[in-house]
Write a protein that binds this ligand. Structure first.
Ligand SMILES: [Zn+2]
Length: 86
């Protein structure tokens, strides 16, 4: 089960992090043209759950950039492994 499936993206903590990232990165950090609409984890959330709320690990991206597409197809953890919150 991924953090996403556990409802991580709907937690107040994540919403706040996302808001702060988007406030800092008003423009997409990839194409530098479109407004940033999504807060992207530079180091994948699944591998670095302790950096989930680190602003330095966030960047604002628009919907169209390849990095975001990649992030959408997250590799799931093998069954039986649980991510422990720090
Ligand atoms: Zn972009």
């Amino acid at each position: 089960m991924t953090l996403k499936e556990q409802g991580w993206y709907h937690t107040p903590a994540h919403r706040r992090w996302r808001k702060l990232v988007l406030q800092r990165d008003k423009i997409c950090q990839h194409c530098k043209r479109k407004p940033a609409t999504e807060a992207h984890h530079i180091k994948p959330l699944e591998e670095y759950p302790d950096l989930a709320l680190d602003l330095d690990n966030g960047q604002g991206l628009c919907w169209d950039c390849p990095e975001l597409t990649k992030q959408k197809k997250q590799v799931k953890l093998p069954k039986g492994i649980r991510v422990i919150k720090a």
